[in-house]
Design a protein around this ligand. Sequence first.
Ligand SMILES: NC(=O)c1ccc[n+]([C@@H]2O[C@H](COP(=O)([O-])OP(=O)(O)OC[C@H]3O[C@@H](n4cnc5c(N)ncnc54)[C@H](OP(=O)(O)O)[C@@H]3O)[C@@H](O)[C@H]2O)c1
Length: 264
Amino acid sequence: MTVLVTGARGAIARAVADRLIAAGHQVRIGSRGPIAGVEPVTVDASRPETLPPALDGVREVFLYAIDEGIADFLDAAKNAGVERIVLLSALAVTSTDPTQKVLADRHLLVEDPIRESGIAWTFLRPGAFAGNALAWAPSIRAEGGVAMPYPDSYSTPIHEQDIAEVAVEALTSPGHEGAAYSLAGPESMTRARQVELIGDALGRELAVTELAPEQVRDVPPFLLEMMARNREEPTDGGPTIADVLGRPARTFAAWARDHVEDFR
Ligand SMILES: NC(=O)c1ccc[n+]([C@@H]2O[C@H](COP(=O)([O-])OP(=O)(O)OC[C@H]3O[C@@H](n4cnc5c(N)ncnc54)[C@H](OP(=O)(O)O)[C@@H]3O)[C@@H](O)[C@H]2O)c1
């Protein structure tokens, strides 16, 4: 069997591909662009002609939720004889919080046609990635701190290796067909606490400066609204990492230690 891992420049796809290769599976790396040290096949959902060659001989696919071209992708996957798709979706699809509707709709545009495609599927629905904290790396490196809106906003950050481990399990073991897994880290915490834990990994204290939302230009308005809402109540931790993998989810402190060089 060959597993196609699409979106290979993304952190989750990279971790999925590394784990599959380490476990001895036949892996095809797919991306829109070049990757150092690898020769990826071109997979671009907005260019349907790239799909049949990338899917030739493939039985399992790890897919990012790109709604553009999903119908073409599923046609090409059916023609190639793909048997299983593991989709990286988002926890937002399960939320009734109106601030999450933009995110939910974007992912449902991909979940729904896959569900109707006749190909076996597993949906991974993670909440906030721990890796979002990498956006703070430049200012932590240059200034020893972060200026951010809503430092008191909660999330339950999840380690990319936990998502990847569940993806590999779903791609390579039976029993996950038709399952939609909500995935969260083990602990709800504020953004300021995340910075503190990165500081612990670095062995120094980092400054957090609060910005008014009007001062922030590079964050989409719906994300600012989500942050504002999540100041009121801690977001839930999810039990599913433990359910699927039989062990607790990796902590944010562990994520910070794994990525400490990015912040030095
Ligand atoms: N960030 C979070 O907290 C969070 C939480 C829950 C869910 N998610 C979801 O996780 C996904 C990835 O998020 P991210 O922040 O990690 O984004 P990212 O790093 O930008 O990754 C997006 C991936 O999509 C692939 N891609 C983009 N356009 C494509 C196209 N036309 N055809 C094929 N592949 C394409 C890219 O692959 P190449 O560049 O290699 O082609 C890239 O690896 C998103 O769907 C997001 O909604 C994110």
